[in-house]
Ligand binder design. Structure first.
Ligand SMILES: Cc1cc2nc3c(=O)[nH]c(=O)nc-3n(C[C@H](O)[C@H](O)[C@H](O)COP(=O)(O)OP(=O)(O)OC[C@H]3O[C@@H](n4cnc5c(N)ncnc54)[C@H](O)[C@@H]3O)c2cc1C
Length: 405
């Protein structure tokens, strides 16, 4: 990875602009273009698709720009952090749609780069870069959420293969995924030291998924069942019984990515417009917003957002200077979740009675989206580790406070 000076960065910017001009599919600029909403997640079912979203994904993947900073030998872009930032800004400047959204890119790939054998890297990383395989995360179980190390899905050594029996829950998009990165129990006598990290092809006989509907009306996650599932010995990453370390590292990447939408270029902090403007429109107030409490809560929320954004920038800089993300990602995961919940509460308050719409002619689409979005934010402080659990991580691993147990 070369470290470029200002001149080289300018040259790179020019190159990126020219490439985007020639390669960003014109159809994606047209709001009327219909793309399959699932296409942005890639995967086997889109292998032969000519959906413009997939055309865009394949062009970006061919440059390695779906994973700009990954090494070129595994299909990545091999860009320096400064170049990757240039690419990110140029993509934002033309309002490009994401080339691909992928758990493989956000979570699995980085830990494979750290822990996998050369053969595993060669097998999986390029397929992640290319968006060929859609991954899901098999961590939580009915008896193991916050206390993840209580997981019981059994993985037995059968000589020439591993045999897996058990079930997972809240597996996001398991019904649409091609492969699952999964935590399994390889030693029942030990808790944390009895866990291994394995990769399972969801097309293997014995794998079954059942979608779970959410309060928001969607069904983004599943129960996942493994019954006598045989996987090759080479699908275990790292050491047998050494999966807990990989699991924790992956969670740091997950938390970093969950919060990424709040950083520079992200839309999570203000996607649905300026709260004060919306509140004024709905209250009919002239001049300043008359509701003093709402006004001061909106102001506080805007200040929280600026602090969050600066903290994300600081943490990203520390992460680049050091060895990737650290336990400090829990600070941001916690703060981003609480900020998003507070903001969507304020949005509902700003909308007045129009913030109570679920469907029907009495409500505009943005109002319905705001109500549904508000319900979706309830999950922000649960997914990727609950707010309480992240506060525990901050207490123990960032502040060094003693474990109460
Ligand atoms: C939208 C969404 C998507 C998800 N996607 C996935 C996925 O793809 N794959 C996957 O494996 N999982 C996924 N999950 C599951 C998620 O990781 C778990 O829900 C989460 O870890 C909490 O576990 P739990 O639901 O069992 O709650 P519990 O662990 O039972 O917690 C219940 C409550 O007790 C509190 N609590 C528990 N322990 C402590 C403690 N030590 N100190 C203080 N408070 C505590 C919690 O904070 C929480 O408020 C997803 C969840 C959501 C909401």
């Amino acid at each position: 990875m070369a470290d470029f000076g200002a001149g080289e960065l300018d040259a790179f910017r020019t190159e990126v602009r020219a490439w985007l001009e020639a390669n960003y599919p014109a159809e994606l600029n047209d709001p009327k273009t219909k793309t399959d909403p699932e296409a942005v997640w890639g995967g086997r079912r889109f292998a032969e698709s000519d959906d413009p979203q997939i055309v865009w994904m394949k062009r970006m993947a061919a440059k390695g720009w779906t994973t700009p900073t990954w090494p070129k030998e595994y299909g990545g872009g091999g860009l320096s952090p400064a170049e990757a930032k240039v690419l990110e800004r140029e993509l934002a400047a033309i309002k490009a749609r994401p080339a691909v959204l992928a758990f493989g890119i956000w979570m699995l790939g980085p830990v494979l780069l750290e822990y996998a054998t050369e053969e595993q890297k060669q097998t999986h990383l390029r397929r992640i870069v290319n968006g060929e395989i859609r991954w899901c995360q098999g961590y939580s179980e009915p008896g193991a959420g916050s206390d993840l190390a209580a997981l019981a899905t059994k993985c037995e050594d059968k000589g020439d293969h591993w045999l897996i029996n058990g079930s997972k829950i809240w597996t996001s998009y398991a019904d649409k995924a091609d492969w699952c990165f999964c935590l399994v129990r390889t030693d029942t006598a030990k808790k944390h030291e009895g866990i291994s990290f394995v990769l399972i092809d969801m097309a293997t006989p014995g794998v079954e998924t059942r979608p779970i509907p959410l309060i928001s009306g969607e069904s983004p996650f599943c129960e996942t069942f493994f019954t006598d599932v045989k996987i090759p010995k080479g699908n275990l990453v790292g050491r047998v019984n050494g999966g807990w370390e990989i699991a924790k590292r992956l969670l740091q990447y997950e938390r970093q990515n969950i919060s990424a939408g709040f950083g520079e270029g992200g839309t999570a902090g203000g996607a649905s417009g300026d709260l004060a403007v919306i509140a004024k429109r709905y209250s009919g107030d002239e001049g300043q917003l008359e509701d003093i409490e709402l006004r001061s809560n909106i102001t506080r929320n805007k200040m929280d957002f600026q602090s969050l954004r600066l903290t994300i920038a600081r943490s990203a800089a520390e992460s680049k200077a050091g060895n990737g993300p650290s336990a400090a990602t829990s600070i941001i995961k916690y703060a981003a979740a609480e900020f998003a919940k507070a903001r969507s509460e304020l949005m509902i308050e700003a909308l007045g009675h129009q913030g109570l719409g679920w469907e029907g002619e009495g409500f505009e689409t943005p109002e319905i989206m705001a109500t549904r979005g508000w319900l979706r934010t309830k999950a922000n402080s649960i997914e990727g580790g609950t707010s309480e659990v992240n506060l525990n991580v901050v207490a123990k691993r960032v502040l060094g406070l003693p474990d109460p147990k």
